[in-house]
Ligand binder design. Structure first.
Ligand code: ATP
Ligand code: NCN
Length: 227
């Protein structure tokens, strides 16, 4: 399926929001990047991005749904255009949030290093902050070009429920020393929400209300996703 077919199906796309990644580049000093599979996007992602934006005074946060996530290749992930559209719907009400289609348009596995290089080219004078859950951050040594990632961006590890704080702290200290990495920590209000749990609830015909934005919930039912 290509994006035009999805558009033809009457799915709401906020063109202004998506194209601004390329257009609004003036006076942008600090950019947050929230990468994820977003299968589906939920309040855990949104609350984390907003908390980071406020704490570190970011000018905007760009949500980047993964095209072919390197570490989730074996899993049954829904079509990237559905995930992209849900990300747009979820972020629409926040003027500081944008969505980029750069990863869903990329061929092959989508690695963060390629995304950071591209953003650094677009925003030469800006500082990049890559926002991840602390669990994903602890796993970063398995990513492609770890040193390259740390050279290009400051990483912000958000603690999410179920993550052991001391274990994270020790791991972060080790990464900082080994890679001369800039890593910041943020404790976000505990939202014990995961995409896995939401998918499971849908399969079991359980409610997903208040776990994700209402527009995303409606979209999921409209296209009969995760059944
Ligand atoms: N509730 C949450 N609080 C803070 N960070 C989160 C939360 N859920 C996900 N994240 C972070 O958001 C990023 C993207 O996550 P992803 O799209 O894989 O969601 P997920 O809920 O972890 O999905 P899944 O359950 O399918 O593995 C990751 O860095 C992840 O750690
Ligand atoms: O570049 C890599 O090797 C790499 C490996 C695993 C995850 N990532 C990125 O980390 C972010 C969160 O990933 P995930 O799988 O938890 O949704 C997302 O932007 C992924 O592209 C990146």
């Amino acid at each position: 399926m290509n994006i035009n077919n999805v558009l033809k199906k009457g799915i709401i796309i906020n063109k202004k929001k998506t194209s601004s990644v390329y257009k609004n580049r003036v006076n942008i000093k600090k950019i947050g990047i929230m990468g994820g599979t977003f299968d589906p996007i939920h309040y855990g992602h949104l609350a984390t991005a907003e908390a980071v934006r406020i704490k570190y005074e970011l000018d905007k946060v760009i949500f980047i749904p993964s095209g072919n996530p390197p570490h989730k290749g074996h899993k049954n992930i829904i079509d990237k255009f559905y995930r992209y559209n849900m990300t747009i719907l979820a972020t629409m009400s926040n003027t500081y949030f944008e969505v980029s289609s750069m990863e869903i348009k990329r061929e092959g596995r989508t690695y963060t290093i390629d995304t950071l290089k591209k953003l650094k080219n677009l925003y030469m004078d800006s500082e990049l902050f890559f926002i991840t859950g602390a669990d994903a951050l602890c796993d970063i040594e398995s990513w492609k070009d770890v040193q390259g990632n740390f050279n290009l961006a400051t990483f912000i590890g958000a603690t999410r429920p179920g993550v052991e704080l001391l274990k994270v702290k020790n791991k972060i200290d080790r990464l900082k020393n080994k890679y001369n990495a800039k890593i910041l920590n943020i404790h976000v209000p505990s939202l014990d929400i995961s995409s896995t749990d939401i998918r499971e609830r849908i399969k079991q015909n359980e409610s997903i209300k208040y776990l994700l934005p209402e527009d995303v919930e409606k979209y999921i039912y409209k296209y009969n996703l995760y059944r």
